[in-house]
Write a protein that binds this ligand. Structure first.
Ligand code: FES
Length: 167
């Protein structure tokens, strides 16, 4: 017994097939667009090479700029930041310039009365050279520290971490 497909059935099947194909063409890219950031590889743990020679680092803290790509959802931008870097014997130390009180930028020897300390001009915050906050000034914690290294003679900057120099 043969089964005949009516013209109406054929039209229905054809429209369902074409409709499904078109829907998949729209939905699949949207799903990929929505989920793609979840599958991006994290670039954590990588060190950023700066343009500052390790030979130029002395016991006096200096600003060292570093740039990195920052991803905000789908928007990728180049961000330039800096750390305070100095030499402590064989070690190289990198400290965050962000004040632990309200986030202003600290400067090295920015206060004439405290030439060997970091100074925050916003509320007269003070930090020792190792980042320890000076009691009696507004900051309640030490400056954060950064992973730091040397690659081909140049300073490299890594992840920010809690200050390990201060007990
Ligand atoms: S923000 Fe630095 S002392 Fe207030």
């Amino acid at each position: 017994m043969s089964q005949k497909v009516t013209r109406r059935q054929f039209l229905n099947y054809s429209l369902m097939g074409v409709g499904s194909f078109m829907a998949a063409g729209v939905i699949l890219p949207m799903g990929r667009f929505a989920l793609d950031p979840l599958f991006q590889e994290e670039a954590s743990g990588s060190m950023i090479t700066t343009s500052v020679s390790a030979d130029d680092i002395t016991e006096e803290p200096v600003k060292v700029d570093f740039s990195y790509e920052q991803q905000d959802g789908w928007y990728v931008s180049e961000v330039t930041d800096f750390v305070w870097v100095y030499r402590d014997g064989e070690d190289i130390i990198a400290l965050s310039p962000v004040c632990k009180h309200l986030g202003c930028t600290v400067t090295w020897a920015g206060d004439e009365a405290n030439p060997n300390r970091f100074f925050c001009p916003c509320h007269n915050g003070l930090y020792e050279k190792n980042g320890k906050n000076v009691p009696g000034t507004p900051p309640r914690g030490p400056l954060d520290q950064y992973e730091v290294g040397v690659s081909d003679g140049y300073i490299t900057i890594g992840e920010m971490k809690a200050n390990e120099l201060v007990n």
